[in-house]
Design a protein around this ligand. Structure first.
Ligand code: KG4
Ligand code: ZN
Length: 318
């Protein structure tokens, strides 16, 4: 990163997860170890930057899988020691939100305070963002994350991992009103996805009993209806919170914000509420290093450096 601009953003795919229909933590950390040196090398080469020019090294402090976090944290510390540069520790969930401040194009950034719906494979949060480093989670999931609701349904349908993009693709020509699922009603601005996932499972089991070829015949209707239901559920909560907090700007973040249906419907909701909508560029929705770099810029500006004794954390709160 140079300021708010991305000089290079290299993502190492972890094809290893495809084979098991999900992330196996031990395999993930081994893949990180294998990829980290070539990825850093490629990033510097693509940016046309030498290590001597680096002014700070950022890494993800958490939350996430401990093995993978340890690989990144240890590597960043080693690099910072060898170059004598400051180190910045970044919260992964804050970074998803701050991806909105990357200026690759003329897209405008949200104005504070804004409300962000962060939807990823591990988290579902409604975040009230007062400033870059002052955020409050005002609603969150009590069980599964929105991305997991996609991934687990896809696994049941044998569609592979990650499930979100596969369900979106199959939903394209389907009837989104063909099937209905449960709508859990939990308190305030919180979410629950486990009941929706179970109602999906029961529906598939029931229909398969009636017609063993149900999945072959109705796959796109099933995916379209499920995708619509998850988006309806997310946006109903966002709508309540947006009105309650009276913000002027709404933002979307996290891997699930790559979903085309969610992006469209989110923009329509903001329009209807007379609020501005902010959707990250596709490459900054799913996990990426640019958003970590962007968050680190804010922390650097505020002098928030990390010591070498900073430990990575599986769980974090901001
Ligand atoms: O933010 P992310 O890359 O990783 C985590 O921090 O968890 O989010 C990954 C999640 C996965 O659950 C994946 O299925 C979902 O984002 N996802 C999508 C789409 N692309 C990725 N979900 C729905 N539609 C998509 N197009
Ligand atoms: Zn993420």
């Amino acid at each position: 990163m140079r300021g708010n601009r991305v000089l290079s953003n290299i993502v190492a795919g972890q094809a290893v997860h495809e084979r098991y229909g999900g992330v196996v933590p031990e395999l993930a950390s081994r893949a990180h170890q294998k990829h980290i040196v070539p990825v850093v090398h490629d990033a510097l080469a693509a940016a046309g930057i030498s290590t001597a020019e680096l002014e700070a090294i950022a890494f993800t402090e958490g939350p996430g899988l401990m093995g993978s976090l340890l690989v990144g944290g240890s590597f960043a510390k080693g690099l910072a020691i060898s170059l004598g540069t400051p180190l910045v520790a970044v919260d992964h969930m804050m970074a998803h939100v701050l991806a909105h401040f990357i200026h690759d194009d003329e897209k405008s950034s949200p104005t504070f305070p804004f409300l962000c719906l962060t939807v990823s494979g591990g988290h579902t949060q409604l975040v009230l963002v007062r400033s870059a480093l002052d955020m409050e989670v005002v609603g969150h999931t009590l069980d599964d994350a929105a991305g997991e609701a996609f991934d687990k349904a896809a696994k049941l349908l044998n569609l592979g991992y990650p499930g979100g993009p596969r369900i979106q693709q199959l939903a394209e020509n389907g009837n989104e009103r063909a099937f209905t699922f449960s709508t859990p009603n939990v308190g305030s601005f919180d979410f629950s996805f486990s009941g929706i996932k179970t109602s999906f499972l029961y529906l598939v089991q029931r229909e398969m009993k009636n017609d063993p070829e149900f999945l072959e015949k109705r796959m796109s209707d099933l995916c379209a209806s499920y995708q619509r239901h998850l988006v309806d559920y997310l946006l109903a909560r966002l709508r309540q919170a947006a009105i309650h907090f009276g913000v002027n700007d709404l933002a979307l973040a996290g891997g699930v914000s790559a979903n085309a249906h969610l992006r469209d419907r989110f923009a329509s909701l903001a329009n209807e509420l007379n609020m501005r909508s902010h959707i990250p560029a596709f490459q900054y929705c799913t996990d990426n290093a640019a958003m970590i770099g962007m968050a680190a810029q804010f922390k650097l500006q505020h002098g928030e450096l990390a010591g070498l004794d900073t430990t990575t954390k599986a769980r974090m709160k901001f």
